[in-house]
Design a binder for this molecule. Structure first.
Ligand SMILES: [Zn+2]
Length: 418
């Protein structure tokens, strides 16, 4: 069998493993709470507050969809015309067309161009979140965050480009196999190191100060069978008024993080409810699930790219001889951008089901649906969430059930229906 034949078999095998893993690890059968409960919850929200949240999201849309459209157009222009290949050659010229310089510097240049064309839309988005009082950042602080994220992206992206094109260079026929394994390993490695290497670039994390709340949270975790050494508090207030909490990391790097804004905006009981939700993620190993799905998906994508490289028409459009040469990075980015957009709704669906399971965990663990509902209402109010977003937008991108769904789930649980 040829390398191509093996690649097709490997792709099929990875997709089967991915499907089986997803079928077993994702709580598919968790439909949203009854619509009647959602509507009842919605009716109790102050009308002016709902109107303000909807106005906020309307104001954000042109920026976010504009960025999506122009980013896609930029990626297609660089990938499906010879422009991307020319840019890589240009960047490689001072290095006499050295493949390593083309791979890393040329690759980063193409990514940077796609980033820069979306920059005006990000800036527009910043004016909206400032106008609505969500962001507390000056332009200077916003620019510093942007430069930091470019720097982090350049380091991670540079290493990925270096690794990928080195594998292609030294194993031109079998790069898909090494590349798939390497890309999957990179996804796992990033899950481990992001909380300790990347998150501290943007925020300071300090263990929650001793007191009744901390004691209660540690006891809650112990009761749940998810012992945690500490609950970390992030200094999110340096950039936002929004409240949030999350779990990140794997094994020794796993941590539960609460925004400092949560501690000033929410009652201690509501913080307990939020942490109970996060403990649900920890107990169900949701970060690990996401990492495994991400690793398998990335491996499949690398093999699919190799197979796509046989499509002569595509290579001619991009003006390259092979999909594995550094000058073809624009084509890779164009394909990855399209695949990412297509996978978005499925990712959002899976995320909503996992979030609904963590919500149910919080309800069972605290046995306090009233506080859970109050907490959801608080999150929605402070963060200006649309409590019942338009269906198309919800299906396309909502990572969490809507505020109405989450309040309704608490009501149904309180009645003993769930
Ligand atoms: Zn969650």
């Amino acid at each position: 069998m040829t390398s191509r034949g093996w690649a097709a078999c490997a792709l099929a095998a990875v997709l089967v493993v991915l499907a089986v893993f997803a079928a077993l690890s994702i709580p598919w059968h968790r439909p949203p709470a009854p619509r009647a409960d959602q509507l009842a919850a919605l009716r109790e929200l102050p009308a002016d507050q709902v109107a303000r949240a909807r106005a906020f999201h309307s104001a954000l849309r042109p920026g976010s969809y504009g960025a999506m459209a122009i980013g896609l157009a930029g990626a297609l222009l660089l990938g499906l015309t010879p422009l991307g290949a020319r840019l890589v050659s240009l960047v490689g010229r001072p290095f006499a067309g050295n493949w390593l310089a083309e791979a890393v510097l040329g690759g980063l240049a193409v990514v940077l161009v796609v980033e820069i064309v979306t920059l005006p839309f990000s800036a527009w988005g910043h004016t909206v979140v400032v106008r609505y009082g969500i962001s507390t950042q000056s332009w200077g602080a916003w620019a510093v965050d942007l430069l930091k994220s470019y720097a982090v992206g350049a380091v991670i992206g540079g290493l990925a480009l270096l690794g990928f094109y080195a594998v292609v260079h030294f194993a031109p026929r079998w790069w898909w196999a090494v590349g798939a394994l390497g890309a999957a390993a990179l996804v796992v490695l990033l899950s481990f190191v992001l909380p300790v290497l990347v998150e501290p670039v943007f925020n300071k994390f300090t263990p929650m100060a001793g007191g009744p709340l901390r004691t209660e949270l540690i006891a809650l975790a112990a009761r749940d069978g998810v012992p945690v050494r500490d609950v970390l508090v992030a200094d999110a207030s340096r950039r936002t008024r929004a409240v949030n909490a999350y779990v990140s990391g794997l094994g020794p790097t796993r941590r539960i993080v609460v925004y400092d804004t949560m501690l000033t905006e929410a009652t201690p009981d509501e913080v307990v409810s939020v942490v109970a939700h996060e403990l649900g993620h920890a107990k169900d190993n949701d970060v690990l699930t996401g990492t495994v799905i991400g690793a398998l998906g990335t491996a499949a994508a690398v093999i699919a790219l190799f197979l796509l490289g046989a499509w002569g028409g595509l290579l001619r459009l991009a003006g390259v001889g092979s999909i594995g040469e550094p000058r073809g990075i624009g084509l890779l980015i164009a394909v990855a951008t399209l695949a990412g957009l297509a996978a978005g709704p499925a990712q959002a669906f899976v995320s909503r089901r996992i979030e609904a399971r963590a919500d149910e965990h919080a309800l069972v663990l605290t046995g306090d649906p009233a506080t859970f509902e109050a907490m959801q209402r608080r999150l929605g109010t402070v963060n200006l969430s649309d409590p019942d977003p338009p269906t198309w937008e919800y299906l396309m991108s909502a990572s969490h059930p809507s505020t109405a769904e989450r309040m309704a789930a608490a009501r149904a649980y309180g009645r003993g229906d769930r």
